[in-house]
Structure formats: C-alpha cells, structure tokens
Design a binder for this molecule. Structure first.
Ligand code: FAD
Length: 475
C-alpha cells in the first residue's frame, strides 16, 4: 500500500526502552516516530509494573511501620482500607507520570502513532490503529517507511495453560488492578514480582501461600539476605511450598481449589479466594512479524543483539525486555541510549559491568554484581565483609537492626565485585556499590570515603572498613 508516514527513526513500543530511545533519537536530530498500541506511553513499567507496584508498596510499608510504632508508645486504631480510594491514588501516580511523558514527546516533536505494529519488510511497518483505553482496533491501517528502527516491544506475563479462565485468577496486571481483597491468596512463582504483590495483599489483610518450583524464593540475591527477609515476613505466609508445582485448579462457587505436586505439596486440594500467577514473563519478539524484516528471533522469542544493540539486520536495533534478561527498566533505558546514539552515527556501546536488582518488599533486598554463591560456582576467589545493622545507630533508631550490608571483593586485588543490602531503603543505597564496581574501587576507597552519620548508607563505609580490618565501630 501507499506510505502514509516517512521517518528517519521508527521506535516500536513506548515502554522505558522505547520512550528513552525515541527521546534520545529526537534529541540527536532524527525525525522520530513512536508506535504504541496502548493509549498511554510508559509501557509495562509505568502502567502495570514498577510504578503502580511501588505506589502500593509505599502505602503498605507505612502501614507496616505503624504497627512497629506500638513498641514506641504510639498506637492507632486498626486501619480501614478504602480499596477504591487506594486504587484511585495508584492511578493518579501513574497518570501523572504517563502524562509527563506525553508532554516530553511533544516537546521533542516525536510523533506518536497509536496502534499495533508489524513489519512488512526491512524498511516498512504496518500499524493497525487502535483507540479507546485499550487495544480496540479501529480497522484503519497506516504504513510507515523508516530508515532506521529500534524494537522495544517488551514482554508479557506467562499464562499457565491449565488455569481456568476465571476473574479470581490474575496475573501481575490484574493484581495491580486491586479489584478485591481476598482472605486467602495463592501466589504461583516466588520471584520478585510475586513477592512484591504478596507483600501488598498481605498487608491489606490476605493470608498468602506461595508455590515455587525451585528450591529458593527470590533467585537473584545473596542467600543470607533472603533469610533475613524470610524471617521478617514469616507472618505473611501460611505455606511456602518449594520444589512444588500447581498441577490443577478447579473454579467453584466457594473458591478456587488447587492441587499441588512436589516435595512440599499438601495432600488435599487447598481452597483460595484469589490466585496470582507470577511464573515469569515472555518476550514479545514473536508477535511483530520480525521475520518479514529478516530479523533473527531465538526460540524463546528474544531478539539477539550485539553490544551496539544491533540485530542481525544492521539498521534495525532492539532493546529492553525483548532482547533478554534481566528484564528491568533501568537496563532497557541504558540500552535505549546506546541504540539511539549508534543509530545517529555516534560511537557507543553497552558495557555495563553490573546491573543492580531490587526486591521492593518489606524490608527491601538489593544486590549487584557477584554473590558468594556465584563466585563459588565460577571458581572465583573472593572475600566478603558484612556490617550488621545491629551495630548501626541509625538502624537501631529506625527499628531496622535486623538488616545488613555485605560487600564481596576479589581476594587478590581487593576490588569490589559485588554487594548486597537488606533493610529499609536498600534499593536507594545499592547504587553506591554499583558505582564502586564500575570505577574499580577497592575496599579502602569506600572505607575512606566519609559517609554522613547517622545514616543507613554509612553501613557501606563500615562494611568496607570491616573488609580492611580497621572498623572503628562508630555506632
Ligand atoms: P515494556 O515496558 O514491556 O514496553 C513495551 C511496549 O511495547 C508496551 O507498551 C507494549 O504495549 C508495546 N508494544 C509491544 N508490541 C507492540 C506492537 N506490535 N505494536 C505496538 N506496540 C507494541 N523493573 C524494574 O526495573 N524495577 C521494578 O521495580 C519493576 N517492577 C515491576 C513490577 C511488575 C509488576 C512488572 C510486571 C514488571 C516490573 N519491572 C520492574 C520490569 C519492567 O517493567 C520492565 O523491565 C520494563 O517495562 C521493560 O521495558 P521495555 O521498554 O523493554 O518494555
């Protein structure tokens, strides 16, 4: 068909990867078009991921903290939760951010085409236009001719095939809609997304069971940190079933009856009011007719790329969840900048040594670089240094003396190669360890950097001094 729009840069998908790529491309002088099937920009992260989950986790962490205030002589009546207002609060946070993005796109003259894109060949994309709040197709189509393209099509939740179609069974998007507060909830998959949502629903009154096929909850971080998290969160869970899977679910009027198999499976079916399936995410690579543009997609649906974020078709780039793990917004944004810079002829490359991860649970668990377990598996000689928060004045004052800060460093040259923090605000502090790794710092560099007292961040300096054998024990 006839070409409706011509552009230098086409970006497919407006999540953190896509909007960052579009903005950087426009800033570097390219005439940029951004294609997105949903009404708002921001993708999974802003609409149904990072941001709404953190809006809810912020509220529930305050609720959990007020319980701790009873020990300090301050008590409240039991909280009353108005779920409609809580939902509206979350929606307001999301709307503010997605609205901000729309303004930023306009200011840069990035044109937005609303619809589902699929490739026709290596220089043409067809867009089936959508309208309304969701993805309602209008029947109208637009053809875009592009010189260069960045694919940022993201990922979607895995849906387990044996689960019946029932409104009480949700994925992370459904759980974030906060339609009802169940008394008893099953979380399938003990990864970060499942445990964050479990935290929200449990603080709001649900008793939670978690079922996980592997032998641990939260796969990424240091095991000792996860143990601290487990101890602090034991009250939320009736059962944590490891090395176990859900094999059948029967939807009845009185609830969802679930059968399990595995090492910690109960013998009888268990009844739940709600099930969250959070058993992973799958890339959207197979849904964009990439083969028509000659782009290689692997069997899992990921698009292989080089350090310049190029696919096998040199003028087509790919970034974010669709290129591989870890599926994290900050990784997508970094890759976006690389792709846009390379596309505009600048030298650039993705060479991050480390990508931090955070579970925004209560308490938070944050990690970066090598863990002890990984070092052991890789046969790398490392040393570790731990500063227990029981020795931090600020942590004690904050009621967080259960936390710790751990540094992992190379046994030979003492350079920092990893770290982990468990405790409130762990996610806000992990960036310092990431910087230390990127800068090739050793323990002495961090130990001799003056951290403000009394702060939780100070525990990083203390851990470094422990490593150096010169901890002064300033409380
Ligand atoms: P996405 O955000 O998935 O965006 C892709 C966009 O492309 C979507 O808007 C989609 O509609 C659009 N699209 C796809 N195909 C087409 C097509 N054919 N035509 C038109 N449009 C299309 N990460 C963090 O770093 N921190 C967190 O705290 C965090 N919390 C999370 C919590 C939850 C509940 C979930 C589900 C995820 C969370 N993540 C978090 C992960 C994070 O959301 C993703 O890593 C991030 O959104 C990936 O960005 P992206 O740009 O690659 O893709």
């Amino acid at each position: 068909g006839a070409v409706d729009i011509e552009c230098e840069m086409l970006v497919l998908g407006a999540g953190p990867g896509g909007y960052s790529a579009a903005f950087r491309s426009a800033d570097l002088g390219m005439k940029t078009v951004l294609v997105e099937r949903y009404a708002t920009l921001g993708g999974v992260c802003l609409n149904v991921g990072c941001i709404p989950s953190k809006a809810l986790l912020h509220v529930t962490s305050l609720l959990d903290e007020t319980a701790h205030l009873a020990d300090c002589g301050v008590s409240f009546a039991a909280p009353k939760v108005d779920i409609d207002r809580l939902r509206a609060h979350k929606a307001g946070v999301v709307a503010k951010l997605t609205g901000g993005l729309a303004g930023m796109a306009k200011a840069r003259k990035v044109s937005i085409v609303r619809g589902v894109g699929s490739f026709l060949d290596a220089h043409h994309l067809e867009v089936a236009l959508t309208s309304g709040e969701g993805q309602t197709q209008t029947g109208e189509k637009k053809h875009i001719r592009f010189q260069k393209c960045i694919i940022a099509a993201g990922s979607t939740p895995v849906h387990l095939p044996f689960l019946p179609n029932d409104p009480r069974i949700v994925d992370s998007t459904g759980a974030l809609e906060l339609r009802a507060l169940p008394k008893k909830m099953l979380v399938i998959g003990g990864g970060i997304i499942g445990l964050e949502m479990a935290t929200v629903y449990s603080t709001l009154g649900a008793k939670i069971d978690v079922v996980e096929m592997l032998d641990v909850l939260m796969q990424g971080p240091d095991r000792d940190a996860v143990k601290v998290w487990e101890k602090r969160n034991a009250h939320r869970f009736e059962r944590i079933m490891l090395k176990t899977k859900t094999v059948a679910v029967e939807a009845k009027d009185d609830g969802l009856w679930v059968k399990f198999e595995g090492e910690q499976a109960p013998t009888e079916a268990v009844r739940y009011d709600m099930i969250l399936q959070s058993a992973g995410r799958t890339p959207n690579g197979k849904k964009i007719a990439a083969e028509k543009a000659g782009i290689t997609i692997n069997e899992r649906g990921f698009i292989p790329v080089d350090a310049q974020m190029r696919t096998n078709v040199p003028h087509i780039f790919a970034i974010g969840d669709v290129v591989g793990n870890p599926m994290l917004a900050h990784k997508a944004v970094h890759e976006a900048h690389v792709a846009a810079e390379v596309a505009s002829g600048r030298p650039s490359g993705f060479d991050a040594s480390v990508i931090p991860g955070v579970a925004y649970t209560h308490p938070e668990v944050a990690w970066v670089g090598l863990t002890q377990d990984q070092a052991k598996r890789d046969g790398r000689k490392i040393d570790t240094a731990v500063f227990p928060w029981a020795a931090s004045g600020r942590a004690i004052a904050n009621g967080a003396d259960y936390g710790f800060t751990k540094l992992v460093f190379d046994a030979d040259n003492h350079r920092i190669v990893g770290g982990c923090i468990v405790g409130p605000s762990a996610g806000d502090m992990i960036g310092e360890i990431a910087l230390a790794i990127e800068m090739g710092c050793d323990a002495i560099d961090i130990g001799q950097t003056i951290h403000p007292h009394p702060t939780l961040g100070e525990t990083l300096g203390m851990a470094a001094e422990v490593a150096h054998g010169s901890c002064t024990d300033l409380p």
